[in-house]
Design a protein around this ligand. Structure first.
Ligand code: T4K
Length: 378
């Protein structure tokens, strides 16, 4: 079978029309106010509140500084433990560690691939201060159960919503669960500002604290009241956000069509499992992960390598898992015995290309290649 002429990557950034961006940039240049809580930032936050259906939004220069700040804003005791998932991007446990806290890895649910809520309580110790679950690939965590556990043990909940822009559970924005939620607007995300992110939270009392933390802890010209960071989004990033807010819905519709083709074609192969979104949840369409079962003729790694020969670049998100990293592997919670599901899934998971501009011919090519691999020995 012939390969594809141009490389097909896991994603392609959603970019606004260059002429529209030029108009925005002209305005910014004219104003001479290019960063530090400018007009575009304020407008962007206002619009995001509506889209995310939350009371407060604070934008950041990337998702990682937003997550660092979210943890800092929770006032967790230094050295305390934060229960999280190993099945995530390194930023999640790294932000815990950068705050002088200890990540404690909890296994994942085999269906949703998010933190296994039935395993959280056994990891709680007198040192536990928070839970940091991740709505991985867009699949929501069991927010009700997490809330119940948090209440019972008086723990803070910080949600990593990097993959769930615009997701709703029973019509409620995904940023409404837990104490605070973190979104990433990186170029690889459905909705992006090239680099960027935000915090969403309903507690109005957090607003001033987060505002200060995002800007070195500066309250005013003569008072520095907190150990802050430089997390500010610049005005060009905010402009891209404003323009992309007009475009992301259409991008989602296009992705939905691609997902339909993948699902129709690949569900014919029973050795390929396609995780299902719960009925009460809208899909952000951030990623399209599939699970290559053991009885498929090719392993996940073989498929990944084969695709490369055809100019198709799938991704093994998330392999290795965070508990495999040299820096975390000696933690007690990193033992394979503690994380059997995550350790099994890391060798079977494969994310397929998903972006609006991906042409149907390439999608069919990917599906046909799977069928060729499947029939290889037949
Ligand atoms: N929490 C979670 C659960 C996350 O997934 C992430 C980020 C974060 C927190 C932290 O948020 P940020 O601080 O990043 O806002 C990418 C992204 O860099 C990262 O944002 C994302 N998660 C992660 C899942 O994916 P890589 O190492 O896979 O990126 P890279 O450079 O290999 O890009 C992937 C593909 O995307 C490329 O092969 C081609 C395409 N691409 C990429 C870029 C940057 C483009 O077509 N154009 C581009 O400009 O991490």
């Amino acid at each position: 079978m012939k390969g594809i002429d141009k490389p097909v990557y896991i994603t392609q950034p959603l970019l606004p029309d260059l002429n529209d961006l030029q108009i925005e940039i002209k305005e910014i240049f004219k104003s001479k106010w290019v960063t530090n809580h400018g007009i575009k930032n304020n407008l962007f936050e206002k619009k995001l509140k509506v889209v995310l259906k939350v009371n407060n939004v604070s934008v950041f220069n990337n998702g990682t500084t937003a997550l660092l700040t979210a943890l800092k804003a929770m006032n967790l005791s230094l050295g305390s433990e934060v229960i999280t998932t190993p099945f995530t991007f390194p930023a999640t446990p790294h932000c815990i560690s950068w705050n002088g806290l200890k990540p404690v890895f909890c296994d994942i649910d085999p269906e949703t691939m998010t933190i296994n809520v039935d395993k959280i309580e056994e990891l709680i110790t007198p040192l536990t201060s928070a839970i940091l679950p991740v709505h991985v690939y867009g699949f929501p965590c069991d927010v009700k159960k997490i809330n119940k556990i948090a209440k019972k043990y008086d723990l803070k909940v910080i949600y990593d919503c990097a993959h769930t822009f615009s997701t709703e559970i029973d019509g409620k924005g995904i940023g409404n669960f837990g104490d605070i939620s973190v979104f990433s607007f990186h170029a690889t995300k459905l909705f992006n500002t090239i680099e960027g992110g935000c915090l969403a939270y309903n507690d109005d009392n957090l607003k001033e604290k987060i505002y200060n933390l995002r800007n070195f802890g500066i309250k005013n010209e003569e008072e520095v009241v907190d150990i802050g960071i430089n997390g500010k989004m610049n005005e060009i990033q905010a402009s891209i956000g404003l323009l992309n807010l007009e475009l992301y819905r259409e991008e989602q519709l296009k992705r939905m069509e691609i997902k339909k083709i993948y699902t129709n074609e690949l569900s014919k192969i029973k050795e390929i499992k396609i995780p299902k979104m719960p009925e009460n949840t809208t899909d952000s369409l951030q990623y399209f992960p599939i699970i290559i079962e053991e009885d498929f003729p090719f392993t996940r790694n073989q498929i990944y390598d084969e695709f490369k020969k055809y100019n198709i670049f799938t991704r093994k998100y998330f392999y290795p898992i965070c508990s495999d990293y040299e820096i975390y592997k000696n933690l007690e919670s990193s033992s394979v015995n503690n994380l059997p599901v995550a350790n099994n899934l890391k060798n079977k998971i494969l994310c397929l290309p998903l972006y609006g501009n991906l042409d149907k011919k390439s999608v069919m090519k990917i599906c046909d290649l799977f069928k060729t691999f499947y029939n290889f020995n037949k």
